[in-house]
Design a protein around this ligand. Structure first.
Ligand SMILES: [Zn+2]
Length: 104
């Protein structure tokens, strides 16, 4: 179902990796594969569904969402959970070719 949706990697920052924003927010950040817009969505999947894969906790099923800019659908997958600055740095190194890895 919805297999035709283009996929893009997402980042879900928690704890020490999310100090620059409201701790009440639990969001997944991603770049729209249609228009390149940097967007975010509320994280829906339980963290217990994340699996340790390639050195990170990842949701390999992902979440389907709609870009706020171009209104087209996409699947955010995998979603990588980042807990602290160390993991954030490691993510940036491993996914160096991903524009999303360049943190603001
Ligand atoms: Zn878009």
């Amino acid at each position: 179902m919805e297999r035709h949706n283009p996929e893009t990697i997402g980042v879900r920052r928690t704890g020490w990796a999310a100090l620059d924003r409201d701790p009440q927010q639990d969001t997944v950040e991603f770049l729209c594969p249609h228009c390149g817009h940097r967007d975010q969505k509320n994280a829906r999947r339980e963290r217990t569904l994340y699996r340790f894969t390639d050195g990170f906790m990842q949701d390999l099923q992902g979440e389907v969402t709609q870009c706020h800019a171009c209104k087209r659908y996409l699947r955010v997958v995998p979603i990588v959970l980042l807990h602290d600055q160390d993991e954030t740095r490691r993510f940036a190194a491993v996914f160096a070719d991903e524009p999303l890895a360049v943190t603001r």
